[in-house]
Design a protein around this ligand. Structure first.
Ligand code: SF4
Ligand code: SF4
Length: 178
């Protein structure tokens, strides 16, 4: 299956419906940080520009807010197509173009695996530590803590039931035990 067909199958989108009005790009809150705007991602998918899409910052900066999809006059969902591209990049081992996102994703999964649920402050703290931004963000963390927005981390290894589900899903998806 070629790149475009695979993205369309994964996302349930028909890229031919996109007539490049760029309403999606105009509404995207991260658009000015992306190398390919949502409309350009759609166009690139249609042209089969696999490497350009999978190596773009756009697929890692997208926060899944769905504004692009809500604004599309054609009923196309760029958010779904971008999500499919991100999945494909992960499956192919294409490294994320944004270092912080890669570290955040790994921290998120490790946190989930350890606790059975996410402790936001731990994930954010580890990401900032590993990207060298911890010290500059300590004043903000302290403010949040004083307002009760930073909860203490849960005791580790509290998510045994979740870990079973997690492991099983990996076994099903990858056909092998962790
Ligand atoms: S809003 Fe819809 S039709 Fe317009 S460029 Fe974006 S995906 Fe294409
Ligand atoms: S879902 Fe992603 S691409 Fe769409 S508007 Fe939100 S951040 Fe931008």
């Amino acid at each position: 299956m070629d790149f475009r067909s695979e993205i369309e199958a994964l996302s349930g989108q028909n890229t031919n419906l996109c007539f490049q009005c760029s309403k999606c790009s105009a509404g995207c809150p991260l658009g000015d940080k992306m190398d390919l705007k949502p409309a350009q991602v759609m166009h690139s998918i249609r042209l089969g520009r696999e490497q350009a899409v999978l190596n773009s910052t756009a697929i890692w900066l997208c926060v899944g807010c769905e504004t692009c999809s809500a604004r599309c006059p054609q009923g196309v969902e760029p958010a779904a197509a971008i999500n499919a591209a991100r999945l494909m990049a992960m499956q192919q081992g294409v490294p994320p173009q944004i270092k912080e996102v890669d570290i955040y994703y790994r921290g998120f999964v490790d946190n989930m695996r350890l606790n059975g649920k996410i402790h936001d402050a731990s994930v954010a703290g580890i990401t900032q530590l590993l990207t060298g931004q911890l010290v500059e963000n300590l004043p903000l963390a302290w403010k949040l803590f004083k307002r009760g927005r930073v909860k203490p981390p849960p005791l580790p290894f509290g998510g045994s039931d979740f870990r079973k589900v997690y492991r099983k899903s990996f076994e099903i998806e990858e056909g092998s035990a962790l």
